[in-house]
Design a protein around this ligand. Structure first.
Ligand SMILES: [Mg+2]
Length: 217
């Protein structure tokens, strides 16, 4: 029997649950402006809200057409098992992403994951086009559509043990409020450079193995 406290596990989506960034994938398939605004985002010239809203002005595809295209994107191995293990252990797994909730839910449903909280940007498909809402925006960090640090801090302040799973730049700031980080790619380098307690993973089976070991943090 384990008496370890329950954890809140905040998990990034793009580059973490799927190797492919879903918005970038859709832009590549459907946006007549291509990756112009994504490149500006990468260079730090614009924020996520501007990137999404501007690029979608160059898209003329239905929800169904975009979902059909998303069927070619694969999830990182082990995500469904990781979700089940979190439930069995009484840990709350929440997806926290600067992408679009609609596309994320479409993708994870394929792994049988439907009953999960997703904190991401919202798209509405309307007769006159697309409309967006950014319910997790925080003006202290205007480049981010979803301010992951505020979310992580909220759980931390509520007394939860906060684990973060991620891969890149959108996860850097939230490490400040995390007790432990599962990291790969740029986030792994960031954790190493800043002495942040972390474990390197490639897929969710690596994380499952780590969590099974009783003496790990
Ligand atoms: Mg990512």
């Amino acid at each position: 029997m384990t008496n370890s406290p329950s954890k809140t596990i905040l998990c990034d989506f793009d580059g973490t649950i799927s190797r492919t960034c879903l918005c970038d994938f859709l832009y590549g398939q459907f946006a007549s402006c291509g990756m112009k605004y994504t490149e500006m985002w990468t260079a730090g010239k614009i924020g996520t809200r501007e990137e999404i809203q501007t690029t979608f002005q160059y898209i003329n595809a239905s929800r169904e057409e975009m979902e059909k295209a998303l069927d070619s994107v694969e999830l990182v191995p082990g995500f469904g098992q990781f979700y089940n293990q979190c439930r069995e252990a009484g840990n709350e797994l929440i997806i926290v992403s600067d992408g679009l909730e609609w596309a994320i839910r479409y993708m994870i449903a394929k792994a049988g994951v439907t009953d999960i909280q997703v904190m991401a940007n919202h798209i509405f498909f309307e007769d006159q086009g697309y409309r967006f809402e950014f319910p997790y925006f925080n003006p202290v960090s205007p480049k981010a559509g979803v301010h992951k640090l505020s979310i992580a801090q909220k759980f931390k302040d509520a007394g939860q043990q906060v684990y973060l799973v991620g891969d890149g730049r959108t996860d850097f700031e939230a490490t400040q409020a995390a007790d432990f980080v599962f990291a790969r790619d740029a986030l792994w380098d960031y954790c190493q450079e800043n002495g942040i307690p972390s474990f390197h993973y490639e897929d969710f089976f690596d994380i499952l193995d780590y969590l099974k070991k009783p003496n790990n943090p």
